[in-house]
Design a protein around this ligand. Structure first.
Ligand SMILES: [Zn+2]
Ligand SMILES: [Zn+2]
Length: 336
């Protein structure tokens, strides 16, 4: 049994198990806007009040009963089965009072870090006459005020993490953002007409790799309200109502890409294309490895041209090496 203080220290993963991603996001936003007051704990009870966007206060309580079961109640009517953003905000506040940065989770911390870097370290400029939607160029500010490496940023939304950057950080961090994207968003946010821009929907429907889905990444379609009927019906077999790709990958995606390749009213993002390509590469490597492994096994562990016999654990390694063309095999030395 953990100490009472630790009872309510949920990490990001646990919070996402409690409530839908949107609710967790809203709760985190309210916590960050200092809307949580009166956090108090007595043994296995935690109380807090959370102010919503209209200034209304909602008291809530989270407690554990004698059997260790958790219960939740909020003045908004939420309960254990339907956890609200007030409770999530309270849990974030409790964790931060306890000096527990871990709750803010690797993801939130990592995004915050990039937002800060984006404001101070990145120089951006639009490509062409882009106001916000479309291509930007971004690079790190250096002492001689020139772009060192510059990357291509594709802005699709000012409010969702559905943008793309060609930098190596974006390619690997799985956050759906990077300092370049944050730098561009920051620049756009300084425009006088920003609040108007923020309400605009994208001028073009687009397909992107969604890192903000419950089980990321998911190839996702963002439809505009004025989406052409013809395009709509082309997409309907491939994406569900929420815009999530529903056919088997990667083949389904390649079929879709072929079907829409001449559409000028749909942007199929290079992030989505690259993801499908990587899946295809991985699948073909696996097939080749299986094939080579079968060949070695069929010759009872003998490699052509090599006298020594391979041990079973070596067969898999050799097959992997052969299939990948070039690879670093990091088996423990003595297994040589
Ligand atoms: Zn509530
Ligand atoms: Zn980047």
């Amino acid at each position: 049994m953990s100490s009472p203080r630790e009872l309510f220290l949920f990490d990001s993963e646990q919070l996402h198990a409690l409530a839908a991603a949107d609710t967790v996001r809203q709760g985190l936003a309210w916590f960050k806007e200092n809307r949580v007051t009166g956090v108090s704990q007595e043994e296995s009870h935690l109380w807090a009040e959370v102010e919503d966007a209209n200034g209304e206060l909602f008291g809530n309580e989270v407690w554990f009963d004698a059997d260790g079961e958790m219960h939740i109640q909020c003045a908004c009517g939420a309960d254990t089965q339907h956890v609200c953003a007030h409770v999530i905000a309270a849990l974030y506040a409790h964790a931060s009072h306890s000096g527990e940065q871990a709750l803010l989770g690797a993801t939130e911390t990592a995004i915050e870090w990039r937002v800060k870097r984006g404001r101070t370290e990145v120089k951006v400029e639009p490509v062409g006459d882009t106001v916000w939607f479309g291509a930007w160029k971004a690079g790190s500010i250096t002492t001689d005020k020139h772009f060192t490496h510059s990357y291509r940023v594709n802005i699709r939304s000012l409010t969702q993490r559905s943008n793309h950057c060609t930098c190596p950080d974006f390619a690997t961090n799985q956050l759906g953002t990077c300092k370049h994207i944050e730098g561009v968003l920051h620049k756009i946010s300084k425009r006088r007409d920003y609040s108007k821009l923020k309400k605009q929907s994208a001028p073009l429907s687009y397909v992107y790799l969604n890192w903000d889905a419950p089980q990321p990444p998911v190839i996702t379609l963002q439809r505009t309200s004025e989406m052409d009927e013809g395009l709509r019906s082309l997409c309907v077999g491939y994406f569900d109502e929420a815009g999530l790709f529903k056919q088997p990958l990667p083949d389904g995606f390649f079929r879709f890409a072929a079907v829409v390749q001449d559409r000028v009213d749909l942007d199929v993002g290079e992030d989505a294309q690259g993801y499908a390509r990587r899946l295809a590469e991985r699948a073909s490597q696996q097939l080749r490895a299986q094939d080579i492994r079968a060949q070695i096994e069929a010759s009872s562990g003998h490699l052509p041209g090599i006298k020594a016999k391979l041990y079973p654990y070596q067969v898999a390694g050799v097959a992997f090496l052969a299939a990948n063309g070039r690879a670093l095999l990091a088996d423990d030395m003595r297994f040589g």
